[in-house]
Design a protein around this ligand. Sequence first.
Ligand SMILES: Nc1ncnc2c1ncn2[C@@H]1O[C@H](COP(=O)(O)OP(=O)(O)OP(=O)(O)O)[C@@H](O)[C@H]1O
Ligand SMILES: [Mg+2]
Length: 262
Amino acid sequence: MTETVQQAPVVDLDGVSQRFVTDSGDVVHALAETSIQIPQGQFVCVVGPSGCGKTTLLKIIAGFLDPTGGAARYRGEQITGPGAARGVVFQQPNLYPWYSVRDNVALGMRMRKVGKAERARKAQEHLELVGLGEFGDAKPYELSGGMQQRAQIARVLANETDVILMDEPFGALDAITRARLQADLLALQRAQHRTVFFITHDVDEAVFLGDRVLVMSARPGRVVLDQEVTLSQQAGHQLGEEMRRTAEFIELRERIAGAIEH
Ligand SMILES: Nc1ncnc2c1ncn2[C@@H]1O[C@H](COP(=O)(O)OP(=O)(O)OP(=O)(O)O)[C@@H](O)[C@H]1O
Ligand SMILES: [Mg+2]
């Protein structure tokens, strides 16, 4: 029994599809039948045109949306709602305004009854990771939008969830901060074998971070390319920024960009 569960994919989307009925009664077919299996420790990036159903997919995995067709499973169990094992970084920062930045980062640990000293240590460690070591006592409104976004990332990383779901988490950040956080996230994921589902508009970012890149078509979204990225698996650590200049990297980037345009 235990063995079957361990071998099962961490995330299993089995022919999921999504239709929405808008307030005016129109039916929007957001997501065509989609099957995606994500094994333990895989870093999956999703790219595709705006409105193609990327966030919809993420919400189904997070348990915020019940798909209108098919089945979504987490470690073999039907997903029926959000769970503490699946952490989400949203497109927009969503910190609790009445808590300090540190308490926001430590909130999940508090709910899991992690001791106070351990909580404070881990919160500080992850604030430093995202470059906010000095801002633990600040309130979210005292931070810029990009800093709030980094705090949101620290919160999810500090929670050490089994699955990390990220919806364009670096979209609003400047290029330097973004490159640093990409490298940090990749190192962390490699070290801890987390399973990551990461949405981005940036093909370069997808190839840099992903073990696998899924390209989705325009609405109703479906996966038109499921591309394995072996170079980051093998060389991501050692090469770092250098990797972006290799021939394999450039070739993959063009293939993926081509699939998006198609
Ligand atoms: N609650 C909802 N009610 C009605 N339509 C919705 C709802 N949520 C999403 N949609 C529609 O479903 C489609 C897919 O939306 P989704 O947010 O998944 O796209 P996306 O790929 O994340 O786009 P973007 O890259 O712009 O974030 C869109 O056409 C959107 O208008
Ligand atoms: Mg979206």
